[in-house]
Design a protein around this ligand. Structure first.
Ligand code: GDP
Ligand code: MG
Length: 440
């Protein structure tokens, strides 16, 4: 199972739960564990993550502007991002970059990808072939250089990587960024360590980027540790994130060693490279690339509307009802909001209906008099209902339906008012700018 699908299934346990209680949180966490462990995330990391999510989901109060569901989604999102790493912002400036790693990790391909990355950002970039172990490496990098149209230096048949580097630095001295490829081995042995040390002394890289393949899973973290200890690394590039069922394991294990995930390779083409951004990565997995935007919007709406739970409890009338409706509407098309929350399985007609209803209700309340808005009991009169319907371009039965919805909610409020625990829940709910069952 792909990691994203598994994580979305876990979130569906929360978005689909009737209430966000201990059981719902536990169910979700179990599903999360399954998804992460099948992606080769270490059992220890998964256990730590689970207990943090459970503790926060049950103990923390949703901040202003988030209901309990959104709050839990945000906790999961934050924690997953924290598990995978941070955000890497490459310095676009003059520098020397050395790529290192074992056979087949993707060093040579990534050297060209990074060259393209800086070239696209306006820097003069050159490629330097320091893999003197594998005869074909020279050809491969030379061809990639030609494809990219960037300067290349290498010596066919050379044996001493450090000597090539020294000459290469002179040959490529006009370049702002020099990317050096290096030799791999099947394991980090003393021979490779020695070669890398001598290469480093000659090339004097500003960045030493370890290249590891995502399909190593947790082993990527072990390699990061070993290479760092032996020759020092400044960042890790995880290749083959496309299609690997272990990318989560690779990223999280690298991050756990304290090494920084710098780039991810997401395909075989030269453009398939991204500076790593854990939040963006996780948002993509969860299926809502706009999650940060959504959460921000919820917050702003709540602040703008300034709906005071206390006021709402004391005076629940059509005015406060309308404020709630508007806050809900401002969050954007409901379909999008639901989609972002992982509630992708709602039938589209139901979402379309909810949106239409929100608009209709708003229009109806808009055609009430001020007195009617503040004293709902006035709406017992048929004449008023007919007038409101006409003003809103609706039918009287539509207005009655809206009143019924309003009354249901008013009843709920009354119950809440006399019950402390429920009252707290309601206040949280209202802080989100959302009401239950509107147009549901
Ligand atoms: P090296 O031995 O470390 O230099 O590895 P190479 O750069 O020669 O790459 C080994 C193989 O991995 C090649 O077939 C590449 O096309 C492939 N590869 C490298 N990076 C990626 C990636 O991000 N995604 C995919 N799908 N393949 C990649
Ligand atoms: Mg190579």
């Amino acid at each position: 199972m792909q990691l994203g699908a598994g994580l979305r299934r876990a979130l569906a346990r929360i978005s689909g739960a009737a209430v966000v209680d201990e059981k719902a949180v536990r169910d979700m966490v179990k599903e999360l564990q399954r998804a992460l462990i099948s992606n080769d995330v270490s059992v220890q990391l998964v256990a730590d993550l689970s207990s943090r999510i459970e503790r926060r989901a049950l103990a923390e109060k949703p901040p202003a502007g988030a209901n309990p569901r959104e709050h839990v989604v945000k906790i999961v999102y934050d924690e997953l991002a924290g598990l995978m790493g941070e955000k890497y912002t490459p310095d676009v400036k003059k520098k020397r970059v050395l790529l290192l790693g074992l056979f087949g990790a993707g060093k040579t391909t990534s050297a060209a990808k990074i060259a393209k990355f800086y070239k696209d950002r306006g820097l003069k970039t050159g490629l330097l072939a320091c893999d003197t172990f594998r005869p074909a490496a020279y050809e491969q990098l030379s061809q990639l250089g030609t494809t990219l149209g960037v300067p290349f230096y290498g010596e066919k048949g050379a044996k001493d990587a450090a000597a090539v580097a020294a000459k290469g630095l002179a040959a490529l001295k006009d370049c702002d960024v020099i990317i050096a490829d290096s030799s791999g081995r099947s394991a980090l042995d003393p021979d490779l360590i020695d070669e890398l040390k001598r290469l480093t002394a000659a090339f004097r890289p500003d960045e030493k980027i370890l290249v590891v393949a995502a399909d190593l899973g947790q082993v990527a973290g072990k390699q990061a540790e070993q290479f760092n200890k032996a020759v020092g690394v400044t960042g890790v590039l995880v290749t083959k994130m496309d299609g690997s069922g272990r990318g989560g394991g690779a990223l999280s294990s690298v991050h756990a060693t304290g090494a920084k995930v710098a780039f991810i390779g997401v395909g075989e083409k030269l453009g398939d490279l991204e500076p790593f951004d854990a939040k963006k990565f996780v948002a993509g997995l969860l299926g809502f690339p706009d999650l940060p935007a959504l959460l921000e919007r919820i917050k702003t709406v709540a602040e703008e509307e300034k709906i005071e739970p206390e006021e709402m409890l004391e005076h629940f009338n059509f005015r406060t009802f309308q404020e709630q409706l508007r806050a809900t509407k401002k969050m954007g098309p409901l379909s999008k909001v639901f989609g972002m929350m992982g509630m992708v399985d709602l039938p589209p007609e139901m979402m379309a209906q909810s949106e239409t209803k929100l608009k209709k209700y708003d229009a109806m309340i808009g055609s009430m008099t001020k007195a009617e808005r503040e004293k709902p009991e006035l709406l017992k009169e048929r004449k008023r209902i007919e007038r409101i319907a006409k003003g809103a371009g609706a039918k009287p039965e539509d207005v009655r339906e809206m009143i019924k919805q309003f009354e249901q909610m008013a009843k709920l409020f009354k119950q809440f008012k006399s019950n402390k625990g429920m009252r707290k829940k309601l206040e949280q709910m209202m802080a989100s700018g959302k009401m239950p069952r509107i147009g549901g």
